[in-house]
Ligand binder design. Structure first.
Ligand SMILES: *Cc1c(COP(=O)(O)O)cnc(C)c1O
Length: 454
């Protein structure tokens, strides 16, 4: 595709491209890894290395790489009607069809989609629309969002504020006003002597304490990822979400499940809320909606919220040029068709996830692994200095990247957050590829342990 050699590309990249979530000076010195091709669960880099992508790009390539149908649909839609807006009392066929399809797929009465281009924008949309929802019902003071420390909801001003990453808050003067955070449910580090189920209730009741502290008439919504992804795949105890739901109902606080990672099959269910058995009022979706083939996000609202926005909301002064873009909508529909027709979510749940869980538990036996956690097709290995204890390395975040680099050397892409190795493969991964994943991860763990003299 490109005529330039790798070194030239790296040089141009260092000179002209500012990378997100990178120390750009360090990266310029090291040189970017340039990916050139993808097929199924594998990608290739510009040096010709074949890599098993156990992270599905960035939690998103659910149907795997190289599905020609998506390109064909995009090409057809671009040729037929490349663009039209949804602003001026207009829209397009694929946009309508996608909204209807999402209403059919989404749990309960989440029947209404507001389209945007990313997960971050979906969360911006939700922040504004929820405050508007309460304001037009004579409760303008009910405007506070509660999120969680270490949560991730994207990087726009609202997304990064709703999230609870301190490093992100530092850049740009965040959080914006009237956003508060509670501690996340992370039994491994925070559970003490409690059982996981006991701890789940304790962690959920932090929300109740925060609502009472702020005043229920001030709290508009609670937002959380069903499984906290970016911080290290924190899988809450099964008691957590039903208790969160009870608290939200009791104080009339809207429940927002950020399904940007969990949606579209990641847990073996279509949505993370179904995995944990609770019903959100609102959910942002993105990533897996198009398997990452094209950018698209949506904020989905239930009947109650949509009714108020439609009947009392007046003109919604919000939207993007590409809200409901017909090409993105057509690609999303084709992606969903493939997920459904090929029973990819069901197969992941019944055939692959149990095997993946078994092999992941085997990795948990490694002397470097303190906990092997997994839910469906998403998991993490928590690397620790002392296998018997639930405690981190004293200097957190140096061992994980080392293990990640060893994995790469063996032809495997795993992500490291602090010292947790994160897993989120394409849902189409086969048993043989799970074995390959196991072998390569084991080798990377061995190499890392050797480095540490363990
Ligand atoms: C990735 C992500 C987002 C942000 O989505 P973008 O498309 O990157 O803006 C929001 N929430 C969660 C849970 C995510 O993982």
């Amino acid at each position: 595709m490109t005529q330039l050699d790798t070194r030239t590309l790296q040089k141009l990249d260092a000179e002209h491209h500012l990378h997100p979530f990178n120390d750009n000076a360090a990266l310029a010195k090291k040189g970017t890894r340039i990916l050139t091709k993808g097929e199924g669960c594998y990608v290739w880099d510009a040096d010709g290395n074949q890599l098993l992508d156990a992270f599905a790009g960035l939690w998103c390539v659910n149907i795997g790489y190289g599905r020609k149908e998506l390109g064909e649909v995009a090409s057809k839609q671009m040729t037929h009607l490349a663009y039209y807006n949804s602003f001026f009392q207009c829209t397009t066929e694929p946009t309508i069809a996608l909204a209807a399809k999402l209403a059919e797929l989404a749990p309960g009465d989440l029947n209404h989609s507001f389209f945007v281009n990313s997960g971050s924008e979906a969360n911006d949309t939700i922040l504004r629309m929820v405050r508007h929802f309460w304001a037009v019902q004579d409760q303008p003071q009910k405007n506070i969002f509660i999120g969680r420390h270490d949560g991730y909801h994207g990087t726009t001003m609202a997304g990064a504020s709703l999230g609870g990453m301190k490093g992100m808050h530092k850049q740009g003067g965040l959080p914006i006003p009237d956003i508060h955070h509670i501690d996340p449910p992370f039994w491994f580090a925070d559970g003490g002597d409690l059982s996981e189920d006991e701890y789940g209730l304790v962690a959920a009741r932090r929300l109740e304490q925060k609502i009472l502290e702020l005043g229920p008439d001030r709290v508009a919504a609670f937002i959380g990822e069903p499984i906290m992804g970016a911080i290290g795949v924190y899988i809450p105890p099964k008691t957590y979400w039903p208790e969160i739901e009870r608290i939200c109902r009791q104080y009339d606080v809207l429940l927002v499940a950020d399904e940007v990672i969990c949606g579209f099959g990641r847990t073996g269910e279509w949505f993370g809320s179904q995995y944990f058995g609770f019903q959100p009022d609102i959910m942002p979706i993105a990533k897996g909606i198009t398997s990452g083939y094209i950018p698209l996000g949506a904020a989905m609202f239930n009947d109650r919220v949509a009714k108020v926005l439609k009947e009392q909301g007046g003109e919604l002064a919000h939207g993007a040029t590409y809200s409901g873009h017909p090409v993105c909508a057509a690609v999303a529909l084709e992606n969903i068709r493939i997920l459904q027709d090929e029973k990819i979510v069901e197969t992941a749940k019944t055939e692959i996830a149990p095997y993946l869980a078994q092999r992941w538990a085997e990795l948990g036996e490694h002397r470097l692994v303190g906990q092997a956690r997994i839910a469906g097709m998403v998991g993490a290995l928590e690397l620790v200095p002392d296998k018997g204890k639930r405690a981190f390395f004293p200097e957190r975040g140096t061992v994980g990247p080392r293990c990640r680099d060893h994995a790469l050397k063996h032809g495997l892409i795993l992500r490291a957050t602090w010292d947790a190795m994160l897993l989120s493969p394409p849902l189409i991964i086969t048993r043989e590829q799970v074995d390959e994943l196991f072998d390569k991860t084991w080798k990377a763990l061995n190499d890392t342990a050797t480095d540490l003299g363990m």
